[in-house]
Design a protein around this ligand. Structure first.
Ligand SMILES: Nc1nc2c(ncn2[C@@H]2O[C@H](COP(=O)(O)OP(=O)(O)OP(=O)(O)O)[C@@H](O)[C@H]2O)c(=O)[nH]1
Length: 301
């Protein structure tokens, strides 16, 4: 399995600096990284941060969550088929919501190949102190990126006094009590800390206590063993807690030849017939997804 890290954070917070630093450390230990860069609002030359020997795909035409997951899937497919690498780093645009970015990356098609390790959010400490000057929508996004992180990089501490650093750290921890906070200048995050995060539930863990993981935004792959009744399935959807943010995949419905393409976001459901027989699997993204009982079964994998 290839570990995948999502680098999130507001515009100008230090994501590209983090990316360069991580690549350098991976290379030193002999691990081969590949990169997907989401360059909305950036200039293509930002990819110079990535050296020529690192496989790189750029998404220049829009942001991961807006251009839709198909484009992301195509990029991933090309990388997986055309390159050999051990770890994948995805730099999201500063304007991406973390749940949507994770959703775009986590397709059932790759669930057995890619292991989503989690979201690392770079928080610009200077900007944090000035957050009241942001518009409400921008501030909301800034806070959401921090709230959903599995690891927070509190960056630009060189621009703060000691007492400001203490205040910011305390406030960040209050917003996201679960994620470790690492204070940095120029996003110098040590690799060993980054490697500890885990955002994916693997089947064998569902009934075990995966300490810490239940609290986070995480994902889980569910495989259907037999067709399900559409009405039962939709009743089950209505009862889901609102901490299930997103589901997608292929559901085998009684009376249909092939599993149907299924999309679920913020309570809205979409079904589309599929011409090809796709594997009957869905990915569930949310908080505490290990507790979700899929039609009376915790896990039938
Ligand atoms: N003083 C200071 N400047 C920093 C630090 N980290 C990054 N910067 C600077 O902040 C600017 C933005 O850094 P990037 O790493 O490009 O940030 P980014 O999040 O990729 O930016 P976008 O691509 O605009 O989203 C650059 O000029 C960096 O040199 C830091 O810890 N302290």
């Amino acid at each position: 399995m290839i570990d995948v890290y999502l680098l999130s954070g507001f515009l100008g917070s230090g994501k590209t600096s983090l990316l360069s630093h991580i690549i350098e450390q991976f290379k030193k230990e002999g691990t081969k990284p590949a990169v997907i860069m989401n360059e909305l609002g950036k200039l293509p030359f930002d990819s110079r941060a990535v050296e020529a020997d690192v496989p790189l795909k750029e998404m220049l035409e829009g942001c991961i969550c807006c251009t839709g997951s198909e484009k992301m899937e195509a990029q991933l497919q090309m990388l997986l088929e055309g390159e050999s690498f051990d770890v994948l780093l995805i730099e999201t645009t500063g304007a991406a919501h973390p749940v949507e970015a994770m959703d775009a990356v986590y397709s059932p098609l790759f669930a057995s190949k890619l292991n989503m390790k989690g979201i690392i959010t770079v928080a610009d400490c200077k900007r944090w102190l000035d957050r009241d000057k942001m518009t409400p929508q921008t501030r909301m996004l800034f806070l959401e990126q921090i709230r959903h992180a599995h690891l927070i990089v509190a960056n630009k501490i060189d621009l703060l006094t000691d007492s400001e650093i203490a205040t910011v750290t305390m406030q960040l921890q209050a917003l996201n009590a679960k994620a470790p906070i690492i204070q940095t200048s120029n996003s110098k995050l040590p690799l060993n800390i980054m490697k500890k995060i885990e955002a994916t539930f693997h089947e064998k863990e569902i009934n075990e206590t995966a300490i810490g993981k239940q609290l986070f935004l995480s994902s889980r792959l569910h495989t259907f063993q037999e067709p399900v009744n559409q009405e039962d399935f939709e009743c089950w959807l209505k009862e889901l807690p609102d901490t299930v943010y997103r589901m997608k995949g292929y559901v085998p419905l009684v009376g249909h030849k092939n599993p149907l393409l299924f999309q679920y976001a913020y309570g809205m459901v979409q079904w589309l017939p599929e011409m090809i027989k796709m594997p009957p699997q869905i990915v569930i993204i949310g908080d505490q997804v290990d507790r979700i009982d899929v039609l009376g079964r915790i896990s039938n994998d």
